[in-house]
Design a protein around this ligand. Structure first.
Ligand code: NAD
Length: 429
């Protein structure tokens, strides 16, 4: 049988674009996609590279390279994050832009995919330098941005403050308020209530929906969560509130294990009171220290990798004991691990579905901004819930009807939706 498993990404970032194209080729074959449509989707629609001069605090000038790649606008304005990292390059932006196209399509929100970033090390820059870099980079990519063209959001090393500077830069240059040009803004500047928790909430919803379909009770479902940042800590809390014993958690400092379940509210209260602290400082009652490797192979039913890419690989996939994996992180499972786990019957909710809660609430933020009418947090959470539940059902049904794993089903559904939009529009002129 043809290999029907696709890992979310390949190891070195320079290979990521080739991997994303190979994934598309595989899906296109499964869907018997029109070769012309396939050729369109293999390339980004538009790419912009900019040289960004910044006056550093000591008075010397540095020139950084920035990118914005728009993979597809077939289903709506392009949407995707801005990353500040030394390894940002054009191929990485291309790959991540394409993944955004598939992510927005799989949850059926009216966006295409984009990604951008600047090759820099923000940890070695002052806040004022990052602010000047952001403003100049924004001005230079502004010709292709816009609330109906391309709407950036935070990604690695960018945050609501960076989005506020971007919104302000566009507004100053346009001479009018254009806060809807970015999402993930502070609530004080048109950000949405619920945005901060949205990705973890989406992960927990997808986990709950899978348990339902497998007739599993929450109380009998022990959970391990790798990564205790924005995504992992919220997912752990919500799974705990649903009644799952969360028996293992970890971050970069290592993890904690208690076979009877950890006291997640107390741990989260500590982490919120000490925002810069690591889990090693928490010392929960009756818990043992474990390593990240031990966490990934711990005796649980549900594993939520919510830290980094490539945590599940060919060398540890055979030892994973969980029968369900819900991917909070982007690309936590290599292609090889995906094949091993799928062969073993492990159910994997793929990243483009499981961690789409963030982009869904970004969409809700944009809708609120466009209307200048803001919703209560409950209303945001209810809409997120409805979109995630519907998306899970659609991916589940599609995968069952095609007899493919959820990851392949999600990609096929996404590519099918984008292809349908392209075919319905026709080729201009
Ligand atoms: P974060 O920086 O808030 O948290 C990351 C966590 O992972 C931290 O607890 C960190 O200590 C831990 N970590 C880092 N290296 C680790 C290691 N080697 N082993 C174990 N833990 C390690 O980041 P986040 O926003 O929670 O994002 C986590 C993942 O989810 C990333 O892959 C990100 O791309 C993905 N994601 C995030 C969002 C979002 O809205 N935040 C949306 C979609 C996808």
């Amino acid at each position: 049988m043809k290999d029907q498993t696709i890992g979310a990404s390949a190891a070195p970032s320079h290979d990521l674009w080739a991997t994303v194209q190979a994934q598309l080729d595989e899906v296109a074959e499964q869907l018997q996609l029109d070769p012309g449509i396939h050729a369109i989707l293999r390339q980004p629609e538009r790419e912009l590279t900019v040289a960004v001069p910044v006056m550093m605090d000591d008075g010397h000038i540095e020139v950084f390279t920035g990118y914005r790649v728009q993979h597809s606008s077939a289903r709506g304005p392009c949407k995707g994050g801005i990353r500040y990292h030394p390894e940002v390059d054009l191929n990485e932006a291309r790959a991540l832009a394409a993944l955004m196209t598939w992510k927005c399509a799989v949850v059926d929100i009216p966006y295409g995919g984009a990604k951008g970033g600047v090759s820099c090390n923000p940890r070695q820059m002052s806040e004022a330098e990052v602010c000047r870099l952001t403003r100049r980079y924004t001005a230079m990519i502004m010709p292709i941005l816009g609330p109906r063209r391309d709407i950036p959001a935070p990604d690695v090393n960018t945050n609501p403050q960076v989005m506020a500077w971007m919104a302000d830069t566009v507004s100053m240059l346009e001479g009018s308020s254009v806060i809807e040009v970015v999402t993930g803004k502070p609530v004080a500047l048109g950000g949405s209530l619920g945005r901060k928790e949205a990705t973890g909430r989406g992960v927990a919803i997808i986990a709950r929906e899978i348990l339902k379909r497998l007739n599993r009770q929450a109380a009998d479902t022990r959970v391990a969560v790798q990564g205790y940042g924005n995504v992992g800590s919220v997912a752990a809390r919500l799974l705990y509130e649903m009644g799952c014993p969360v028996v293992a958690i970890s971050d970069v400092s290592g993890g904690w294990y208690n076979p009877r379940g950890l006291d997640i509210p107390t741990i989260n209260a500590f982490m919120e009171a000490h925002p810069r602290s690591l889990l090693e400082e928490v010392a929960p009652a009756s818990a043992d220290r474990i390593t990240n490797d031990e966490l990934l192979t711990s005796d649980v039913e549900l594993l939520v990798p919510a830290a980094l890419e490539h945590q599940l690989h060919a060398n540890n996939a055979t030892q994973v004991r969980a029968s369900i994996i819900v991917e909070g992180a982007n690309g936590p499972t290599t292609r090889e691990a995906d094949a091993i786990l799928t062969d073993r019957g492990v159910i994997i909710a793929p990243d483009i579905l499981a961690n789409a809660g963030g982009v869904v609430v970004s969409y809700l933020e944009w809708v609120q901004d466009l209307q200048r009418f803001f919703w209560e947090e409950d209303a945001v959470n209810q809409r997120l819930e409805a979109i995630m539940v519907r998306s899970m059902q659609e991916v589940w049904d599609f995968s069952q009807s095609r007899r493919v794993p959820l990851r392949m089903g999600a990609y096929m559904l996404a590519v099918h939706r984008v292809a349908t939009a392209l075919q319905t529009r026709g080729i201009f002129p």
